[in-house]
Design a binder for this molecule. Structure first.
Ligand SMILES: [Fe+2]
Length: 242
């Protein structure tokens, strides 16, 4: 299957000779991005200036992308072991504070490409985590200055310490409870900001999966090759159960 596209009814790769689809041709993807935009527009910054400006940067960039009606290029849908937990995460998400985004994601779930993002993913983590991008340089919605996606964790996961070079990242909880650096518990609707270089390590609750939406903003060159740096030593990972 190629990157060319598409069948607007299913938002799945179809006839490679068909003209490129654009965002406004595929309502489920347009509504998904509008849900994202609404979260960054209406949510609170909790009085934090850095979060307020990050929210504004994400929603202004996203609004401009939606208005420009970008091309959609789908890769093949791909599952990972953790996506067996996606149904449960979406079910719980639909009862929570971020229900709109959870429902909108469930509408496009069959077209998502889940991946790891590392050449060598730690063996234990391979069964417990995956992410999918919905907007960015690699698509499906093409954009150069913003990446939006979702990361899914199985219950009782520890995602090792890492940082993002020259990329500002926010996570918004969609479903499940989790902690970053063991300093607070975040529930659906919470936003956490990681500035470039900030070290962070994620742990998730024992009984249910955790689904987070994320946004990355940064220079085009950084987003085109977002090197993710795992910083925990092997010994530290073993100690934390990875
Ligand atoms: Fe991160």
């Amino acid at each position: 299957m190629t990157d060319t596209q598409n069948d607007p009814a299913t938002a799945c790769p179809a006839d490679p000779t068909a003209p490129a689809l654009r965002l406004h041709d595929v309502p489920d993807w347009l509504y998904l991005l509008r849900e994202f935009e609404a979260l960054y527009r209406h949510g609170s910054a909790g009085g934090a200036r850095a979060i307020r400006s990050h929210r504004k940067r994400v929603r202004d960039t996203l609004s401009a992308i939606i208005d420009a009606n970008p091309e959609l290029t789908f890769r093949d849908p791909h599952a990972k072991p953790v996506t067996a937990h996606l149904g449960r995460a979406l079910d719980r998400g639909e009862r929570g504070a971020v229900a709109g985004l959870s429902r909108a994601l469930s509408r496009v779930a069959g077209a998502l490409t889940w991946e790891y993002g590392y050449e060598k993913v730690p063996k234990a983590l391979a069964r417990k985590y995956a992410y999918c991008e919905v907007l960015g340089p690699r698509g499906p919605v093409k954009a150069e200055r913003l990446i939006l996606g979702f990361v899914l964790f199985a219950p009782a996961t520890t995602y090792p310490q890492h940082s993002h070079k020259e990329i500002e990242e926010s996570y918004i909880s969609v479903s499940g409870d989790w902690s970053e650096n063991e300093v607070a518990v975040h529930a659906p609707g919470s936003l956490i900001l990681n500035r470039p270089g900030d070290e962070h390590r994620i742990t998730t609750a024992e009984l249910d999966p955790c689904l987070l939406a994320y946004a990355w903003v940064g220079a085009e060159s950084s987003l085109a090759a977002p090197g993710m740096k795992l910083t925990a030593t092997r010994k530290a990972r073993m100690a934390s159960g990875i």
